[in-house]
Design a protein around this ligand. Structure first.
Ligand SMILES: Nc1ncnc2c1ncn2[C@@H]1O[C@H](COP(=O)(O)OP(=O)(O)O)[C@@H](O)[C@H]1O
Ligand SMILES: [Mg+2]
Length: 236
């Protein structure tokens, strides 16, 4: 089996306006992997995901995705190339039905379509029962599942998830973990997940990256994610 680099960030420097947040970030992710991105509050995890989808322009460095330099490609085109971004805080449209929220996945991917593929309900059976409900009436965990499902609707090559388990009850956290594993294995979708729940990240991911002050300072396989590292870089 050959491993292929799907995403390669080289010396990525980016921020908000004149304020740099990421400094020479180097991060490489192979096709088919699940990696977690860890680090204390404010170190730049969200900004890193935003730079991959093109919401924070680079002031230095480059990002290549699927063997193409996407450093200057606009966000909507990155989505069409196969990058799905599921931001923190389940950004679904609360007044639209679950069905209409799902259909937004079609427009993001630039593909036409009207029928929700049955695999979506296979991954998320709950959504089928609530298709005509307003998204905003779902529980927090259900809204998160809807947001992930909408990402899968785009048939992405990679999904970027920002703290998908934040504020979600444990039984649904477990469900989300199992569903993400299935999506990875059955659809071959590569996943980068920013996570605060270490046990969730450990069980889900094969590799980890730890950030501090806008840079990647540690990386390895999740077996190498020792308590010492967690204590050094994650304990408050
Ligand atoms: N919209 C913004 N404008 C200016 N600075 C921001 C903005 N969002 C985040 N920052 C700053 O960028 C740094 C990294 O934030 P962020 O990427 O959200 O970190 P994390 O996700 O690891 O908590 C923080 O210092 C934060 O204050
Ligand atoms: Mg964040």
């Amino acid at each position: 089996m050959t491993t292929k680099t799907l995403l390669d960030m080289v010396n990525v420097t980016a921020g908000y306006g004149q304020t740099p947040v990421l400094f020479d970030v180097n991060m490489s992710v192979n096709q088919g992997e699940i990696v977690c991105l860890l680090g204390r509050n404010g170190v730049g995890k969200t900004t890193l995901l935003r730079s991959i989808i093109g919401l924070n322009p680079l002031t230095k460095g480059s990002i290549s995705f699927d063997e193409t330099d996407i450093s200057k490609v606009p966000t909507f085109k990155r989505a069409r190339k196969g990058i799905a971004y599921i931001p923190q805080g389940r950004e679904i449209i609360p007044y639209l039905s679950v069905l209409d929220n799902l259909k937004m996945g079609f427009s993001a991917s630039g593909k036409k379509g009207n029928r929700i593929p049955s695999e979506i309900f296979d991954f998320f059976p709950m959504l089928k029962e609530h298709l005509n409900r307003q998204g905003g009436l779902l529980s927090g965990g259900q809204q998160q599942q809807l947001a992930i499902a909408r990402g899968v609707m785009c048939n992405p090559k990679i999904m970027l998830l920002d703290e998908p388990t934040e504020g979600i009850q444990p039984s649904i956290v477990q469900e989300i973990e199992e569903t993400l594993k299935r999506i990875n294995q059955e659809k071959g979708i590569t996943i980068i997940v920013v996570e605060q729940k270490i046990e969730f990240a450990r069980k889900l991911a094969q590799k980890f990256f730890i950030m501090e002050k806008g840079a990647i300072v540690q990386k390895g396989t999740t077996e190498q994610l020792t308590d010492d590292l967690l204590h050094r870089y994650l304990a408050v």
